[in-house]
Design a protein around this ligand. Sequence first.
Ligand SMILES: [Zn+2]
Length: 388
Amino acid sequence: MEHSTFQRPEIDWLWVRKDTSHAWTRTTCSWDICASTKRSIKSSIIRVKFTQKSAKIVRAVATRVLVYGSILAVALWWMLWTPGDGSGVPMKPLGADELALSSELRGDVHTLAAEIGERNVSAGATRLDQAAEFIVRSMTAAGYEPQSQWYPVGGVKCRNVEVEIRGTSLAAEVVIVGAHYDTVPGSPGADDNASGVAVMLALARRFAGTQPGRTLRFVAFTNEEPPYFWTTEMGSLVYARKCREQGDRVNAMLSIESVGFYSSEPRSQRYPMGLGLLYPSKGDFVAFVGNLRSRWLVHRAIGVFRNTRTLPSIGAALPNSVPGAGWSDHWSFWQQGFASIEITDTAPYRNPYYHTSGDTAERVDYDRLAPFAGAMVQVVKALTADSQ
Ligand SMILES: [Zn+2]
């Protein structure tokens, strides 16, 4: 069988033109020259196409980086910018008022964390209720008539404790200062959260007999800690739901959560999700944390706090998805659509004794807790007085 073979022609032809102003002309040339010219034209077309395509990709990527980068930068600014100067002032010896406040705070933290100790339903409800009783007694001694909001948890009666000062000019609007008094099982809970309860009690004593514009409530919450955290048995959620049901206009809620642990050592502070790139590494500040809707409250509270020129402070309005942003009783008020913020030493991001038996009354820094509580008097005064 005969195979047909390709017979290479001697002569081939090309369409060429000298430049764009000239017409295309058909030119003949030898087959080899034509073939190599065609190859080089083809590869230069591919090169041009490839270069144009990569330039397009680079332009598209650069545009996206610029657009999304700008959106991210604006979003970060919106969430993290706060008014005023958060650097605080260098520590100085406490004045007479602060010394008295310091020993008052020390006494209350000692009662809750050292005398009563661990306070959790699952570890025996007796001590949890001893803490509630201590709060009732302290509030009564300050001139209030405390109310208990009882509800059952696994057959055990638990309670939030509240006192109220009716507002004068804006009575329908309510400002709540809250702190949880329970602990995780196995911890005396001095920083978390006897420190917050002590500050809440100190504030209640200082506001007793005053006439704030808005209605002011001090509330001690139960069952913030596991296994009740973020469940329907969490005391603050029970309370916030009741506020919603009875139509309370909660203007602002402050959760005083773990406020007694500080360190001047470098790298003593940690953060969630790379926020450490933007914030100090020294754990000597107080953090004001709200959700996006509570940004105004973060700004209002931190603005007044910074004017007191006491402890350093940072503030942010963060989505609940940021780990730590919703880790206290303010979260319960977010669930009901109220503006609420947490004021905290950041607990697990700073305190190595967080949720351990080492969270003792001796480890609370009363020299810082006292000026903090003093500054919070001004914050609460502003929130209950102003017309914002
Ligand atoms: Zn806590």
